[in-house]
Design a protein around this ligand. Structure first.
Ligand code: GH3
Ligand code: MG
Ligand code: MG
Ligand code: MG
Length: 363
């Protein structure tokens, strides 16, 4: 396998025209990055409870207490109604189910809820019944109930059970949130919220395999911010981070849903364009390059015009789907883009892969 020549890092200075200090601090540097969609669901402020009870007397009695205690109440008069309510996307997470119910019994509801699985929301079940034999208690718990209350009961006992249930549900939500935070940290780059290096390479691997199976090309773009060291030197590292984030946003703003973009290194990004041959990938890279350079980026420390250089290749040029050699081809093309003046796109040419460089740009 041929190895890419070491690209020259740094070098020329940013022109004074591209760096200017604003008269006032127009933009505040956000302290926290935005949260990725769907992450870290907040538990509801008030707990919603499903009460499934066919006795009008008990329904009224229990409803009155639950309302007094500040719970958000949903009432079902039979098992079928309760089951429909439990399947809704915003179903109550705490269910107070009478054992004996018309249509579907409380114990059968317990089994159905547990069979459906916890997903991201656990349903805490308190079973209400007039039965008090030891076998009944065991049967109820085996069916999936978390707790059990024998009628008639003291209202304070009910309240104690509900508060215990709420505590369990809050703990469960914390666990889910913790797991989601870990997943996000392991998948995304914290600063830009693009895929991290491991994930974008894993995506490339998957797309190359798919491309081989379906005999379709995969376009690859390696983009590197020009003279980024000068941004840090002139505006400071925090402003540099803002520029990095904005460039990342611009890179992903022009992508299709099935394209991928990730942070490949410090100020380097890898883009994957399934189904794109070399000319198409070059054309799309050129559009993205123009989009990045189109408007200045304002930070609290100053305004700059950021540009990127891009190296492009595709699996059909040459006909290889080897990840390492493709990345090498893109890297060699990127090196040529830097050599030829930066803020430009260069496509892979066979000569480039064997280290022969031409003055003529590919575009
Ligand atoms: P070239 O046009 O040749 O790519 O020049 P360059 O200055 O962009 O390249 P060089 O490799 O010399 O410098 C890259 C700089 O990117 C140096 C490093 O401090 C900076 N950098 C890398 N990651 C981050 C980051 O997360 N935040 C900030 N602010 N700077 C970063
Ligand atoms: Mg009943
Ligand atoms: Mg750079
Ligand atoms: Mg670089």
């Amino acid at each position: 396998m041929t190895k890419a020549p070491q690209r020259r890092r740094g070098g020329m200075n940013l022109t004074q025209a591209s760096l200017s200090r604003p008269a006032s601090n127009r933009v505040r540097i956000p302290v926290k990055p935005p949260i990725v969609d769907g992450a870290l669901a907040e538990p509801p402020a008030t707990m919603k409870i499903l009460l499934a009870e066919d006795s009008a007397v008990y329904r009224q009695l229990i409803s009155g207490h639950l309302n007094d205690w500040g719970f958000d109440l949903v009432v079902a008069k039979d098992g079928e109604e309760a089951w429909t309510c439990l399947q809704a996307p915003d179903a109550p997470r705490l269910a107070l189910l009478d054992w004996v119910l018309p249509q579907v019994e409380g114990i059968e509801l317990c089994r159905r809820i547990r069979q459906a699985g916890a997903g991201t929301h656990y349903t805490y079940i308190v079973l209400l019944t007039g039965k008090d034999g030891e076998n009944d208690l065991l049967e109820g718990m085996q069916a999936g109930a978390d707790d059990y209350l024998v009628k008639p009961f003291n209202p304070l006992e009910l309240k104690a059970r509900l508060l215990a249930g709420k505590r369990i549900l809050d703990l469960h939500q914390e666990l889910v949130n913790g797991r989601e935070s870990l997943r996000i940290a392991a998948t995304y780059d914290f600063l830009t919220l693009l895929l991290n290096r491991g994930e974008i390479l894993a995506l490339l691997d998957r797309e190359l395999n798919r491309g081989m199976r379906e005999i379709t090309p995969v376009g690859i773009i390696l983009a590197d911010i020009d003279h980024f060291k000068n941004v840090n030197d002139s505006l400071g590292h925090l402003a540099g981070d803002i520029v990095l984030k904005e460039v990342a946003n611009r890179l992903k703003s022009d992508l299709r849903i099935y394209d991928g973009v990730g942070r490949y290194g410090g100020e380097e990004f890898l883009m994957i364009l399934p189904g794109c041959d070399l000319p198409t990938t070059i054309r799309r890279a050129e559009d993205i390059r123009q989009l990045v350079a189109a408007t200045e980026i304002t930070t609290a420390e100053g305004t700059i015009r950021a540009t990127v250089s891009m190296g492009v290749t595709s699996t059909q040029h040459p006909k290889t789907a080897n990840m390492e050699s493709l990345l090498n081809e893109a890297d060699v093309a990127l090196y040529r883009a830097k050599e030829n003046g930066r803020d430009r796109v260069e496509g892979c040419v066979p000569e480039a892969a064997s280290f022969i460089f031409h003055e003529r740009p590919i575009l």
